[in-house]
Design a protein. Structure first.
Lengths: 260, 326
């Protein structure tokens, strides 16, 4: 079983994030990390490797040159090799373009399981996995709190409205996992040293068989305005009051807003 | 190109999801701006019988993709066939099922994708959307590039639109066109496990009382349930409370749980970490109750009550019951 984990480099949680003058995300001026939810996909893949189920774990990312740092960090956690798809024509890529590029790279890597995190910190559309599955015409197993692979099929444990289901499909599949798969492992010093010697290839758009024309300027969408959120009214505070008096004040506040 | 506004209408156990009613009204609003009609794309158990009734909330027509209880993603080929060249925009709920199906349309038809959005409108013949991004640090306005293919796929947060009620209209129902063969239909449910306790769908609640680490135990949620019941709302939780096993994961609010947009959110014993905040920051009114006067939630709540939730919440429940005369 061959697993490819798709990861994204994102601005660090809590970093001062902004858009540049051309209305794309300013990725140069902030600390970058592996998208935290992708670390769970890495952990799930490595658990399958530890259990002898996965024969190889490859990391795939699309991004600027510095996204190679995220791939090295992933390799320090474990796994075998990594591929970075980077190209000037990909600057400002939207979800459709990202899915197109990842799908093309996955066609070339031909994994049994293409594994992804459930969402990214910076965009939150969660559309890339399903779009990749549709583009590659393979089944989608999404939002798994656990992924199992056996007998030519994969299955995920997924919350349902009333409990949970195991949803299964024949390989190859695209799968996404949640933060319930288990806490991501830390990279050991040995892992960090070993990662430096693991193969990391860089592919251009042409290497995955796509032209800049096919990517239509890397986006079907355009951001026309980016602004800070509306100023909210200052927080009202209730402190140092006995519970009954605090309760009366809260109820008054709710009544004034027709909430009770 | 048709000016119709399509929307995804999920059915389960014979009834439409609240998102279907909200999007029916939202699609009708956009259709009045585009000069087209609101068209439901209905799937899931009960869709065949229930689709016509979406007319009461704004749908002019309804296309039934299928009526069985099976993984939502398996409806993707029928959805793609019904969506191809069929409208200006497709609205989908920003839920796991809605995202999976919307993504399949984006990947199959190579059309623009937006969201999750908190507002949408038609401007100069295309859909324009508003979205909080970068964990709420930036609000962006976006639209399709010139010449982009249709429809634009738009993920819509719960409670972005309020369902119109009292309409007597009936949507004209038809069956989906034949779908091509697709590997997306190969996902099946191998096992189904029911939870011990019945859980509500938090995305549909207009009032939520949420508990976090400060609730301290499973029993600690009892006063929160009482308050929720007095307010006519539902109980939710932070990831810490769900991880501790005090409450089912279906009730977790946040980046990896439900994204909710209630009229009133009351957070008790919740510090307000960014991962929780992105799940509730679009609530209309936020009340926080916390012992810690410096809890981060105090910085973005509308009303911050510093004190012991185990004293304040029962007192508030009594006060609300008294005022409601119950």
């Amino acid at each position: 079983v061959k697993i490819v984990v798709c990861i994204k480099q994102v601005p660090a949680t809590g970093a001062d994030k902004r858009y540049t003058d051309d209305l794309t995300l300013d990725r140069a001026s902030v600390d970058a990390i592996i998208n935290p939810l992708d670390e769970y996909a890495i952990e799930q893949a490595l658990r399958l490797a530890d259990a002898g189920i996965a024969d190889s774990v490859t990391y795939l990312s699309m991004g600027p040159d510095q996204a190679a740092e995220a791939l090295r960090r992933a390799l320090a956690m474990g796994g075998d090799d990594a591929v970075l798809v980077t190209d000037a024509a990909l600057s400002g890529a939207d979800e459709w373009a990202t899915a197109r590029v990842l799908a093309a790279a996955l066609d070339k890597l031909a994994p049994d399981v293409a594994l992804m995190g459930m969402a990214s910190d910076d965009a939150r559309g969660s559309l890339v996995p399903g779009a990749v599955a549709a583009m590659r015409d393979v089944p989608l197993l999404s939002y798994g709190s656990e992924l199992q692979v056996a007998d030519g099929a994969a299955r995920v444990r997924r919350l349902s409205a009333t409990g949970f289901d195991w949803i299964t499909a024949p390989l190859p599949v695209v799968a996404t996992v949640t933060d319930q798969v288990g806490e991501p492992r830390y990279a050991s010093l040995k892992g960090i040293m070993a990662a430096k010697r693991k193969p990391l290839e860089t592919w251009s758009l042409a290497d995955v068989g796509l032209s800049a024309d096919e990517l239509k300027g890397a986006a079907l969408t355009v951001v026309t305005d980016a602004r800070p959120p509306e100023e909210k009214a200052p927080t009202e505070r209730i402190e140092n009051l006995p519970a009954a008096e605090a309760a009366t004040k809260i109820a008054d506040w709710l009544s004034a807003r027709k909430l009770i | 190109m048709s000016n119709d506004i399509l929307f995804l209408a999920e059915f389960a156990a014979g009834t439409p999801a609240r998102s279907a009613l909200e999007l029916a009204t939202g699609a009708a609003e956009l259709a009045s701006q585009s000069g087209g009609s609101a068209v439901a794309l209905a799937y899931g158990s009960g869709a065949a019988d229930g689709a016509a009734a979406l007319g009461a909330h704004g749908a002019a027509r309804a296309v039934v993709l299928g009526d069985e209880d099976r993984p939502a993603i398996t409806y993707a080929p029928a959805l793609v066939a019904a969506t191809r060249d069929a409208g200006m925009a497709l609205l989908a709920p920003a839920t796991p099922n809605g995202r999976d199906l919307a993504a399949a349309v984006v990947g199959s038809l190579h059309v623009p994708a937006f969201g999750p959005v908190r507002a949408a409108r038609v401007v100069d013949g295309v859909v324009e959307t508003e979205q909080a991004t970068l964990q709420g640090a930036v609000v962006t306005t976006a639209r399709p590039v010139d010449g982009a293919p249709s429809p634009s796929v738009v993920l819509v947060l719960a409670n972005t639109f309020t369902p119109a009620e009292g309409g007597s209209g009936s949507a004209e129902v038809s069956q989906a066109p034949a779908a091509g063969d697709s590997a997306l239909t190969r996902a099946t449910v191998a096992e189904s496990h029911e939870a011990e306790a019945k859980v509500v769908n938090l995305e549909e609640a207009s009032i939520i009382v949420a508990g976090g680490r400060g609730v301290a135990s499973e029993e600690g949620f009892a006063p929160l349930r009482e308050l929720a019941s007095a307010l006519g709302g539902a109980v939710g939780a932070s990831r810490a409370a769900a991880d501790a096993g005090w409450i089912p994961y279906q009730l977790q609010i946040g980046q990896t749980g439900k994204v909710v947009k209630p009229a009133l959110y009351i957070g008790a014993g919740i510090s307000g970490a960014i991962q929780h905040r992105v799940g509730m920051q679009t609530a209309e009114h936020v009340v926080a109750i916390n012992k810690d006067p410096d809890a981060p939630i105090g910085e973005f709540a509308d009303l911050f009550v510093v004190g012991d939730l185990f004293q304040i919440i029962p007192a508030l429940t009594d006060e609300i019951r008294r005022r409601k005369g119950a």
